[in-house]
Write a protein that binds this ligand. Sequence first.
Ligand code: FAD
Length: 466
Amino acid sequence: MSAASVVELDSRAVDELATSFGGTLVRPNDPMYDDQRRIWNGSIDRRPALIACCAGVADVISAVRFAREHEQLVAVRSGRHSYPGLGVCDGGMVIDLGQMKGIRVDPEAHTASAQAGVLIGELDREAQAFGLAVPAGIVTHTGLAGLTLGGGIGWLERKHGLTIDQLLSVDVVTAAGEFVTASAEENAELFWGVRGGGGNFGIVTQFEFRLNPVGPTVVAGPIVWAMEDSPKLLRFYREWIKQVPDELTTIVTHRRVLPVPTIPKELHGKHVVVVGTCYAGPVDEAETVMKPLREFGSPLLDGCAPMSFVKHQSLLDPSFPHTWWYYIRSCNLAELTDDVIDIAVDHGLEIASPTTVFSIYQLGGAVARVGEDETAFGGRDAGHTMNVIGITTTSEGFEQEREWARGLWTSLQPHHQNVYVNFLMEEGEERIRQAYGAAKYDRLKALKRKYDRDNFFRLNQNIPPD
Ligand SMILES: Cc1cc2nc3c(=O)[nH]c(=O)nc-3n(C[C@H](O)[C@H](O)[C@H](O)COP(=O)(O)OP(=O)(O)OC[C@H]3O[C@@H](n4cnc5c(N)ncnc54)[C@H](O)[C@@H]3O)c2cc1C
């Protein structure tokens, strides 16, 4: 919907809503408006008519009913990390759950409930106090809600599965403003759909997860080689990962070294390939498993060591801060063929921006052991997910990085398998269908017809009802 077709909001109606709203209603003339409309991706600059920062479920219900009654375009957000900025709109209303931060861990039952505004680092901290964890993403300030609803890949996935594979139940406010709970026993089709289908079916206010024993010490961290070594390294790596246990998850990143004090000065700006590692099993076992990788060639730096899982979770935070400019292209790959490796490294050596990266996540293990149709998430059989991210700190040079990212992604097109829905920009219906596969996409459409016939929740990786 264009800004021009958004129905103007009556300020008296907002005043009326404010009389019973527990959270904060932020309007364009409010001093906190600019802060509140800002999201993680600094290249997105939109101006909603109203931002409803909800304090609890009652606010979410009121906000949905209000938006419906006043025919407002609605964006829903929790952690504000949507790559294409789907959590904010021009005109219309943002329903923000970022203040809803409640977490309760039950160390006996190995379960945790988390409200929608929780960030993944916040849940890690609470769960790790008991040596437990929900597998989630690799940057602590990512929103748990959006990440979970798309699937959730990260350092623990091969041992324990996706974030959605731990879900026991969700509380949802539907497009009609009704409150429902979904689990394997109750509203089971909705429960199937929210495990990968994103924000299409309603606003999730709370998640209940199963917890897994993790650490609290893991052997983890980056091992770094010169990018010129990458063709040989990746040919070794693709054979080596065929034998490693599921405790180990790795992510290969090509980039220039960030000038941060924790890295020796002589490496700053250098083009490198990094194998990020996390061994979620006994520390002494990790030494043996990691040995062949650590001994390959001549690493410039070996930061793989025993450390707390919580510390490891924060290592990548400085690479993806709020407000930098980001352009992302992504695809899944079956394997790292010679052609894939050569294309990747050729483009890697052309990276101009000191902040641009592309990462290749290793999948398999527990992710692939759950049946493709058991949840809405698509692509469990993929070998790798690739995330190409052109990054600049401001608008300067952004166009060049965007073209570079498009170039790498396009060159790899013959090798694309499918795509992880949370790594999509606004790329159109065909790409969303690819993320799920045709059969699941049709099943999701049927669910959308049941829960959101009018496509009220359409600012998302949208599955239109018809
Ligand atoms: C720095 C960074 C690192 C990342 N790392 C990983 C990673 O390691 N693994 C991974 O799997 N993904 C990762 N992602 C992708 C991430 O999963 C998505 O960007 C996700 O959408 C972020 O969720 P959010 O709540 O922060 O985003 P928001 O922008 O708040 O929301 C994104 C979308 O999710 C939906 N949504 C959000 N909250 C709700 C809700 N409560 N109810 C219903 N729908 C809702 C809406 O459609 C919304 O448009 C990363 C993203 C970033 C920016």
